[in-house]
Design a binder for this molecule. Sequence first.
Ligand SMILES: [Zn+2]
Length: 415
Amino acid sequence: MSGAPPSVVRGLWRTRWRHPADCDPAGVSDSVHPLLPASTPLLRGDDGTVQVGGVDSTDGLLLDPVPGLPRLLRALDGRRSQRAVRAEAARDGLDPGLVDTALEALRSAGLLTDLDAADLLATGAGPAASARAVVELPSATGAPRSAVWRNRGLCSVVVEGATRVGTPLAAVLAASGIGRVVVRDTGLVRAADAVVGGLTTGDEGRPRSMAAADAIRRASPLTDLRPLPAGVAPDLTVLTRPWAASDPLTVDGGGAHLVATVRGETGVVGPLVVPGATSCLRCADLHRRDADARWPRLAAQLVAAEPPPSGSTLTCLLTALLAAGQVLAYLDDAGAPLTLDATVELRPPDLLPRVRHWPPHPSCRCGAADPAGGTDAAPPGAADPVQGTMVPERAHRLTGHDTAPSPADADEEDV
Ligand SMILES: [Zn+2]
């Protein structure tokens, strides 16, 4: 068997949507650990061919009838290197070259995920944890061989506020592999704090931080819930209370942080603040002041007392999930998150995301503004195109505290 690779691929069909794990086959080595998710259909045709994937909007592959090949594909659980898979195939009488051809075709179709050995080690905390990780892993390993799962396990996230957004968000992050998730809250659970995936109706009267820890354990029993040692900053802090007076984390030299909350009935995610690099909450405050000189007086009233729980279950969970996606995009280093210099709002009844841009303010001391004073500074992510599913809208009017004045028109590009 030399020369051209063995033929096994009868057909390949593409959809317009491409899997982010697509990679250059020339860069794949024998040491990769191929994973074909157990949920990927292997469907037999009348003529013995095997269709891999190809349902819904995924690419598909049609393979020639080869005895033993379907069983080999079904056994691709990410725990054996491609070299080991080839060796095992040879022992079973399969042509290793044919196996290589099939795997490359699967890879090219985005059906195969190559796990990093470090990712595999990170899933080995017992059979139950491993089983949970297996269903999370395929979507977490977008960049080939980048050990995203292992890295998530090393990350710590602090959620400030066991709110109707904060608690389910913390649980989602834990279930998504974040190794340490700490919810800070000194209050007691109120009846209206209960939400699907978060605090329960039976938690009423309990300390909110303890009830939130239980919510995380229900989703991910092995997540580290211990408070961080004094002086140790988390990789990211999520602020889930409706309003922050300004940006204490930036002022104090703290780390990256993200706003994820519901104000009135509107879910708000962002900005994601990388101190010194992107606009901060004080930048946004200054923009609001520019638009309305009364803003400082209004803001003082907004932060004076803890508002009652608000937001429908649907709004709160959508907000939490959108925020979780931004947290993971940042921690995975998977490209510029949408909420750098921007907020995404979810307003009933349609709850479609609308983006508002909040550029660095030239008067802010955070250092994110262009030192030359120009207005065309391009912080990370600011110029990225936004998903076409979002609905254009402009909101020039002041409609209440939960839709505060926007920055200058040029900076507001709700989409
Ligand atoms: Zn600033």
